[in-house]
Design a binder for this molecule. Structure first.
Ligand SMILES: [Mn+2]
Length: 336
């Protein structure tokens, strides 16, 4: 779809969302499972903005706030679930309402529901769907919505939205980074947010256990004969031996993405229940969101994820097979 059309559709939806917010006094907001900085930053940034409008706001993250994101101002206000009554529910950064986990029924039960998201998934929900896959971060949509509500970001809101935008653009490196992204980032910087503080908190530190685990990732790395697909894994035994937790693997897939010749990088992590979490990254020629969708996951063209309920070796085989099939000239290579 052409960008002008997308922008005008987005503007219509933002106006509708702002009207619904103005009409409500009690509002519940929730972000997706296994939250990232875009989910939590959007939750906190929008929550702080709505409070400035005098709204009573409840902020829900079904999986809580991981240690690494506890630099976000106001994170202590986030609860894993809530009971009460509200007039409006807002889901953030969730590719389908099921991504809200235990907060799904809470959000969908509200008299009016806004869905604020930038994923490509085919599963929209809510009365007002502010969904624009051309935008880099849900945090940008929150910024635009606050503008619509005539709220200029203060230092707290700016810090939260900067975290959202900086991380979902890979520090402004990904192809989703637009001129508009920089205009929004400039406004956030003007309001007091510093990209360096976000970088230090999210990427600039690694625990000793995570460092040992990274060593395992690097020694267990493999690639296809042509080098176009690079993957590695860490199993439960690795976590135990290194004294590391699931959070330690943040950014691991990027260590695979930077291998020379890699078009697609895949990181497999054996979770405590025995299922396998898969992170996929692409240099852009392969749509890894489509690969992830084959396994019930989702994401964006360059970055996606899924969970495979199988033993690690068979999960790895199946996903790498699917990636091979998704390579642009896979059909030509298959010719005898
Ligand atoms: Mn996002």
């Amino acid at each position: 779809m052409n960008p002008t059309f997308l922008r005008s559709r987005r503007q219509t939806k933002l106006t509708e969302a702002a009207a619904a917010i103005r009409a409500a006094t009690r509002i519940v907001l929730a972000c997706h499972l296994r939250p990232d900085a875009d989910a939590l930053g959007s939750l906190l940034g929008l929550g702080a903005g709505l409070r400035r409008l005098g709204k009573a706001v409840t902020l829900v993250s079904p999986d809580g706030v991981p240690e690494m994101y506890r630099f976000l101002p106001g994170w202590e206000q986030i609860v894993p679930g809530a009971v009460g009554d509200w007039e409006l529910g807002i889901g953030l950064d969730a590719d389908g309402s099921d991504r809200l986990g235990s907060a799904e029924s809470l959000i969908l039960a509200q008299p009016r529901v806004i869905n604020l998201d930038h994923h490509t998934g085919p599963d929209p929900y809510g009365d007002i769907q502010v969904v624009d896959s051309s935008i880099a971060a849900t945090g940008e949509l929150v910024y635009l919505l606050l503008q619509e509500l005539e709220i200029a970001p203060d230092a707290e809101i700016a810090a939260c939205l900067m975290a959202a935008v900086l991380t979902d653009t890979g520090c402004f490196r990904f192809s989703n980074t637009t001129a508009e992204t920089f205009r929004i980032a400039a406004a956030l910087r003007e309001a007091g947010a510093t990209p360096g503080a976000v970088y230090d908190a999210v990427y600039g530190r690694r625990s000793f256990g995570a460092t040992l685990l990274l060593g395992r990732l690097l020694t267990q790395v493999s690639r296809t004969e042509d080098g176009r697909v690079v993957w590695s894994w860490v199993g439960r035994a690795d976590f135990e031996a290194c004294g590391a937790t699931g959070e330690a693997t943040e950014g691991f897939v990027d260590q695979l993405r930077i291998v020379e010749g890699a078009e697609v990088a895949v990181f497999f992590r054996e979770a405590t229940h025995g299922d396998v979490r898969v992170s996929l990254r692409s240099r852009g020629r392969v749509n890894v969101a489509q690969v992830a969708a084959e396994f019930g996951g989702g994401g964006h063209v360059p970055a996606a994820g899924c969970t495979v309920e199988e033993a690690l070796p068979s999960a790895m085989n199946r996903v790498i097979d699917a990636v091979r099939r998704a390579l642009p000239d896979a059909a030509a290579l298959a010719q005898p």
